[in-house]
Design a protein around this ligand. Structure first.
Ligand code: GLV
Length: 281
């Protein structure tokens, strides 16, 4: 369908549900010069093949940073304060307040590890600081003091995970980050940690995660993204300590409008100037 639609076109505007793999790119008409992705992530596009065919690929950074950081906080709060169980109880009309009813984890005073301190990771840090969390991070490189804003850098994931009462995953999906949360690395965490993922499903080995949620290694998990979307690992839908959302990171009118405007202006900029500042390949 996409290939049909692109006949006679100079560029295409794609979303994360469009799988633009090697085969698709090779079948695109030669007139296509740009693939403008309506997302900051670009795991849906084979950048190398596009490059080989001299097609530039662009994304929509910055405009979705705040909306995504807000969803990251919702995941942290939802998982820590047992929102899934709370909603179920409230709707059952069978609940009764008691001193130890649905006791969760408090954010204030806890250490938040941020995996990936790019634009979104830093925006999460800013919001989490307002909740009284103490910010630690791991990133490919240490940030400048201005960008760090007092956060503590860890040069390995082992070091970061071992102090993370909470973890927010905000790194891109790459070969290096695939299944970075796995049976081995889960052991690094303090018992009872709360994990949240607002980036991409790829970072989590779901089987190892389910095990850690069942055996109490992790207190809870908040997820907005999944391996094999729109499918969700069936255990995540059953386990009471998992708080799930359907990939809503950038879903606000303000942000989606800005993403659309940027995805279009990336195409315009490219055809006007021959390049584009949001080019990613
Ligand atoms: C959404 O997931 C995005 O990458 O923009």
């Amino acid at each position: 369908k996409l290939i049909e639609l692109s006949k006679g076109c100079d560029g295409i505007l794609t979303s994360i549900t469009d799988k633009i793999d090697e085969d698709t790119i090779n079948k695109l008409p030669d007139t296509i010069k740009i693939i403008s992705n309506f997302a900051v992530g670009f795991g849906n596009i084979d950048l190398e093949t596009a490059k080989k065919k001299s097609i530039i690929v662009t994304n929509t950074p910055d405009v979705l940073t705040d909306a995504t950081a807000e969803i990251a906080m919702l995941l942290i709060l939802g998982a820590a304060r047992r929102a899934s169980e709370g909603i179920e109880q409230a709707k059952s009309s069978k609940w009764k307040w008691s001193a130890n009813f649905l006791i969760g984890k408090q954010l204030n005073g806890a250490r938040l590890g941020i995996l990936g301190m790019g634009r979104i990771g830093r925006a999460v840090a800013k919001l989490a600081r307002a909740f009284g969390m103490i910010i630690h991070y791991h990133n490919r490189s240490k940030l400048s003091a201005t960008l760090e804003m007092g956060a503590t850098y860890h040069d390995s994931i082992k070091s970061l995970f071992s102090i993370s009462d909470f973890l927010s995953i905000n790194c891109p999906a790459t070969k290096e980050t695939k299944h970075i949360i796995n049976g081995k690395t889960i052991k690094y965490f303090p018992d009872g940690a709360v994990i949240s993922n607002s980036a991409r499903g790829d970072m989590i080995d779901d089987e190892a995660m389910v095990e850690a949620l069942k055996n109490g290694k992790f207190f809870s998990l908040g997820l907005d993204v999944y391996n094999g979307e729109p499918n969700i690992h069936p255990e995540y839908l059953i386990l009471p300590n998992v708080f799930v959302l359907p990939h809503l990171g950038s879903a606000t009118i303000k942000t989606r409008t800005a993403m659309g405007d940027l995805a279009v202006s990336n195409i315009e900029e490219f055809f006007k100037t021959g390049k584009c500042k949001n080019e990613i390949n």
